[in-house]
Design a protein around this ligand. Structure first.
Ligand code: PLP
Length: 400
């Protein structure tokens, strides 16, 4: 057989999909699993959005669109970014794609050159596709550790030490997957200050959970003076409107928009036309269902955090946003003779019928940080209560 490229053989993955396949296989075999593994809302898309998609089909919106997206959606996104973040973009600064994820690749492709020694700073633990794509693009991955003593923020001194003239991109994600940490305006202002000494460094601000903040206000680094020009602001419909399967994301940046559009022409041609019309309705239509979902996520966040903190050997911070919680399980691992987050994940799945993701699935665990697992609380309160009970029983039995 002819050979497969190293680039492709070395591609990373998003383990949520791998664990989901493992969990689904067990369910098909008759096992009753309480799953906290997948990061997607357990609601269906609001009815008004579904109706808008039907109307788009009936109106014959079934062909290609402009690569950057339909003007109506680009305008709706620009208006939304003004309302939600007080940033004044033109519709032409916005590019639409099939989900937020493609912009990770497009941004890396747009600001780094393969093999040129361009460094990219990215959070670890973090969304695993960042590292995978940095390597695939031939840039140099530079992990930025998120640490528990900073409530899973990063130490500004560490950021300063890692930045240098070769740094081409700083990737930020707030609210954060997997810790749920939100970066405050003050923290972002401190980062923006540091970046003034590095004019060649772009910022990639992954804000796909921006509409899912439980406490306080969401802040975008792009809203700080001078930052919109050098920041790729990324958001989308997947999480806010329970639209993961529709595939709709968008990026805002004036200088890079024509290049993103060109990447769209070179890959997908355009985002799905029906999905784009649904996106217009999502952003301009009634928001009650989104708000109801958020109320539910906040209730679940409170329930799971309180419950986890009553389990022996576990402790967790209260995440400020998204729908993830990242408890420290080091003590539990020691009590039960388990040597890693992954080993604990496996034992919970096979012995307690509870599915979570392990820290090793979000990049190389940070030395000295102990072991963690990720719970997604995009699941019912009943599932949360039952899952916690199963873990309580497992801990009682496992510690002997
Ligand atoms: C941090 C982060 N960025 C991007 C994405 C991708 O979102 P989309 O479904 O819009 O491609 C996800 C999805 O889980 C995510 O957690």
């Amino acid at each position: 057989m002819p050979s497969v490229s190293h680039r492709t053989q070395n591609l990373g993955t998003e383990h949520a999909f791998v664990v989901l396949a493992e969990v689904n296989k067990l369910i098909a075999e008759g096992r009753d699993i309480r799953s906290f593994a997948i990061g997607q809302p357990d609601f269906v898309t609001p009815g008004n959005i579904i109706e808008a998609a039907k109307r788009a089909m009936d109106a014959g919106h079934t062909g290609y669109t402009a690569s950057a997206g339909i003007p109506e959606l680009r305008r709706a996104v620009a208006d939304y970014l003004l309302r939600s973040r007080d940033i004044g973009y033109d519709a032409e600064d916005i590019t639409v794609a099939n989900g937020a994820k493609p912009f990770i690749l497009y941004t890396l492709m747009a600001v780094t050159d393969h093999g040129a020694g361009h460094e990219v700073l990215y959070p670890t633990p973090g969304f695993p596709i960042y590292e995978s794509q940095i390597i695939a693009c031939g840039a140099v991955p530079v992990p930025l550790p998120l640490v528990e003593r900073e409530a899973f923020g990063f130490d500004l001194e560490v950021l300063k030490a890692k930045l240098n003239p070769r740094t081409r991109l700083l990737m930020l994600n707030s609210p954060h997957n997997p810790t749920g940490r939100t970066l405050t305006r003050e923290e972002l202002a401190a980062v923006a200050d540091v970046l003034r000494d590095y004019p060649e460094c772009w910022v990639f601000s992954d804000e796909v959970y921006s509409a899912m903040v439980h406490d306080g206000a969401f802040a975008s680094i792009a809203s700080l003076p001078g930052m919109a020009e050098r920041t790729v602001l990324l958001d989308g419909a997947s999480k806010s409107y329970a639209m993961t399967g529709w595939r709709l994301g968008y990026a805002a940046n004036r200088a890079l928009a024509p290049y993103f559009s060109s990447w769209m022409t070179n890959t997908d041609s355009c985002a799905g036309s029906i999905t784009q019309w649904a996106g217009v309705e999502a952003l301009t239509g009634p928001q009650e269902e989104h708000l109801r979902m958020m109320e539910s996520f906040t209730r679940r966040r409170n329930l799971i955090c309180e419950g986890l903190n009553t389990l022996e050997g576990l402790h967790t911070l209260r995440p400020g946003g998204a729908f993830y919680v990242w408890p420290n399980v080091s003590e539990l691992c020691a009590m039960t003779g388990v040597d890693s987050g992954e080993a604990l994940r496996k034992r919970w799945l096979y012995e307690a019928n509870v599915a979570v993701l392990a820290d090793s699935q979000f990049g190389t665990p940070v030395p000295g940080e102990g072991h963690h697992v990720r719970f997604s609380y995009a699941t019912s309160e009943e599932n949360i209560e039952q899952g916690l009970e199963r873990l309580r029983k497992w801990i009682r039995e496992a510690k002997g």
